[in-house]
Design a protein around this ligand. Structure first.
Ligand code: 1BN
Ligand code: ZN
Length: 362
């Protein structure tokens, strides 16, 4: 655990301030999720529409996040000699004073592409809902990050070198799916190209990290989330501590009645797993090219997979929206705790206050 220094717990008060996405996760006209619920095969108009949705959201709502496109292309076994374009999108916030090679970044990832076959496949859990969750995480911590870093600059604490610099980035990855049959070459088109490129992009001499891969403090991959009653195991011994932190936040939020899936079992039930119980096998996914290069991974994917997995039934209508909303809150709380935002989360305005501020904006 090289740079993951101890960080404090989020208070109950801060947990109470973790916002829900509410109407923005409406599958018909919600601002975040609905635009993603279309086929998103790489290189098609649906894929480009969703890329624009992500980019516009950050440009318009979250202008302090740096936007990076990572483009690559490859042939696939389904498309012959044609080069298919793959575009990963990275949205990043670093402390404003820090050099990019000195920032350890919590990295939250999901893939946005969909299967080539069956035609018309939407991939609501795979992974439209996880992408929408990450958009919600970004907007929910944005103000607190601004305030935290402004206070650090004002107090002279900024850049003192006493603590590591902490940043956060959201990766929306392309080309995760196989086009014909999953194999080392037919899968993970976007993440393989990205991990390779980042490994070969050195930071300037004397930086804390040698390249952007080394600067990933933890790679949290969300996949196949949004179906009812998920069971997410702890897959990796070396990041079990991070799994436990996420599970503890989930349990505390359940006890405080802050989640919509009341009366359900815990989504993350393996906190008590013994170190001897970790198996060697794991689920192949976008973390693999990063893990192969030494990045620490927290894989948030249920076992078993949702029953709709890779079928035409993985639709918007089959999402369980309270579950989607709860995941978004759990991951937001995990991120806020990691970024040490306790006491900085804005108070959630009451409904009547929202109506009042809408009037003054008119
Ligand atoms: C996850 C979601 N995966 C594809 N869509 C990866 C995967 C593919 C996992 C095949 C297991 C088998
Ligand atoms: Zn899939």
């Amino acid at each position: 655990m090289p740079f993951a220094s101890a960080y404090g717990k989020l208070s109950d008060e801060s947990l109470q301030r973790i916002p829900t996405a509410g109407a923005d996760f409406d599958i018909h006209n919600g601002k975040l999720l609905a635009p993603i619920l279309i086929p998103r095969v790489p290189g098609t108009p649906g894929s480009r529409a969703v890329q624009q949705h992500f980019v516009r959201f950050f440009q318009e709502q979250l202008p302090d996040w740096e936007i990076e496109w990572h483009n690559s292309s490859a042939k696939t076994p389904a498309t012959g000699d044609e080069l298919i374009p793959f575009a990963n999108l990275i949205f990043r916030r670093d402390p404003p004073w820090a050099a990019s090679g000195d920032v350890a970044r919590l990295t939250l990832a999901a893939h946005y592409d969909t299967l080539y076959h069956p035609e018309g496949f939407i991939g609501a859990t795979d992974s439209a809902a996880p992408c929408a969750m990450l958009m919600h995480v970004a907007r929910s911590i944005d103000r607190a990050l601004t305030d935290k870093w402004a206070a650090m600059q004002a107090s002279g604490e900024a850049g003192s070198g006493l603590e590591e610099e902490r940043g956060v980035q959201i990766m929306l990855l392309d080309g995760e799916e196989a086009w014909v049959k999953w194999s080392a070459t037919d899968s993970l088109y976007g993440s393989r190209a990205l991990a390779e490129a980042w490994e070969a992009t050195p930071y300037e001499p004397l930086s804390t990290f040698s390249n952007p891969l080394g600067a990933i403090s933890l790679f949290v991959l969300l996949d196949l989330l949004g179906a009812r009653s998920p069971n997410v195991p702890s897959y990796f011994q070396t990041t079990h501590w991070a799994y436990q932190r996420m599970a503890s936040l989930e349990n505390r939020m359940r006890k405080l009645k802050l989640l919509s899936t009341q009366g359900t079992d815990s989504f993350l039930p393996e906190s008590g797993k013994a170190m001897t119980q970790f198996a060697r096998g794991f689920v192949e996914d976008d973390h693999v090219p990063f893990m192969a290069r030494g990045v620490e991974i927290l894989h948030v994917i249920p076992h078993p997979f949702p029953s709709v997995w890779h079928t035409m039934a993985d639709t918007a209508g089959n999402l369980d929206i309270p579950t989607v909303d709860d995941w978004a809150k759990i991951v937001t709380a995990f991120t806020a705790e990691w970024m040490e935002l306790d006491g900085l989360m804005p108070k959630i305005p009451a409904q009547h206050e929202i109506r009042e501020s809408a009037k003054t904006e008119l």
